[in-house]
Ligand binder design. Sequence first.
Ligand code: 5GP
Ligand code: MG
Length: 242
Amino acid sequence: MPSPWHREHLSGGLLDARRWLNRPLARRRTPSRAPNLAVHDDIQRVLLTEEQILEGIERVASEITGAYRGTKFTVVSILKGSCVFASDLIRRIPVPLELAFVSASSYREGTESGDLDLNFFPTDKEIRGRRLILVDDILDTGRTMNALVKAFKARGASDVRSCVFLDKPERRAVDYRADFRCFEVEDLFVVGYGLDYAGEYRNLPYVGALRPEIYDTTVAEGDQSTVAEGDQRVQKAQTTKS
Ligand code: 5GP
Ligand code: MG
């Protein structure tokens, strides 16, 4: 038994069906979107907008495409920070590539690969004789990238280069230059677009500086390494010029 609504709108056949399809969007059933603005409220200043970020990625993606066209290569995303950048980057490189992941704990004083905790390390088959591009969110002291490049070369990669989303050359503690980079940033603790503070803010679509009152609070609960990393970040964040 058709409802009064069906009788009124559909009884006229195709024409009425078209009218129904073309009815104003507001009348369609759409989920209500009440944005939770909490993460955005914690940002003091946006340094790179989503639009600027994508422009930078397009540029670097075409540099990589030109440099690696016709060769087999693997993009190795350094977790967790580079996952957002790496996923936008690889989708703009229209030549065959493979994807791998590695995680390395940051903020160790050591400069050798043996001083890093490495996890999710690709298998020998994925490394030996392969050309690799290590992708990280930010090149800061350079220790992580420098050590990872050595670790992959030691395991038999034929060529290891690096691509970073952000570069803070002022902070460099080891002599290292990225082969590809999207943006240089000032010596400021930044979050968003994959970069975190105490595990949060990775989901911001832009890069920003946190409000000082956020990092003045105590470091979030977590395991020892997370707390140590957070402490370092707080110390760094406190020395920033804003
Ligand atoms: P590096 O070994 O170059 O000192 O450390 C690089 C790592 O430190 C990055 O992958 C990132 O996880 C972390 N890092 C360095 N600077 C910043 C920053 O300004 N913001 C955030 N969120 N992480 C940073
Ligand atoms: Mg990192």
